[in-house]
Design a protein around this ligand. Structure first.
Ligand code: ZN
Length: 190
């Protein structure tokens, strides 16, 4: 089958969370486009911004670093890649959240069940990977040869929620996208 994106190459990339198969090039372009779009939805960047990515060796950190470095070629802003968050490297800067779509869905559900935790001082609202499924992130890392590894970022309660969500996902492959979209639309209509 020909890729519906470019109509040139074979559409050999298909994940259960993806609505349609794509070729590897269009798949990667689609992921980058969605990450850039999420950055705009999260408030956008200005050239005076300094963004901080904590490279903890995770897939998410590698993808955020790769896409933001690419973005800097078109649009100048400061980008700091650090090993850990300290007061000095966060001063006057915005920390990039490494939450992917799955983390975001889990945390949104948790807020319904448990009273929300107060926002931490480092929460800047920038979560560019929050609309990208972890399966997509893992494949993007492979195609772009970014290295890194899968890391668990969820606490015990969040992991229980994820287990339930994964059972639902086996039946409804797009459910994590639907949940995040549902909460975001709800937030907008407030
Ligand atoms: Zn294509």
């Amino acid at each position: 089958m020909l890729c519906p994106g470019c109509k040139k190459r074979e559409a050999k990339v298909k994940l259960s969370c993806m609505p349609r198969a794509l070729c590897p090039e269009c798949f990667c372009r689609n992921i980058e486009r969605r990450i850039r779009k999420q950055l705009r939805l999260d408030g956008g960047l200005s050239k005076h911004d300094t963004l901080v990515v904590v490279d903890d060796g995770s897939y998410e950190a590698r993808v955020a670093k790769h896409v933001l470095e690419g973005l800097r070629k078109d649009f100048p802003f400061e980008l700091k890649i650090v090993k850990r968050v300290t007061y000095t490297n966060l001063k006057g800067a915005k920390l990039v959240s490494l939450d992917n779509l799955e983390h975001t869905a889990v945390k949104l559900i948790k807020q319904v069940i448990l009273p929300p935790e107060p926002n931490t001082a480092t929460d800047t609202g920038f979560a560019p990977l929050s609309s990208v499924h972890p399966q997509e992130i893992a494949l993007f890392v492979k195609f772009k040869r970014l290295g890194g590894e899968q890391k668990i970022r969820l606490d015990k309660v969040e992991q229980r929620i994820l287990e339930g969500l994964n059972r639902l996902e086996a039946k409804y492959p797009q459910i994590k996208f639907s949940i995040v979209n549902f909460f975001r639309n709800l937030e907008k209509s407030k």
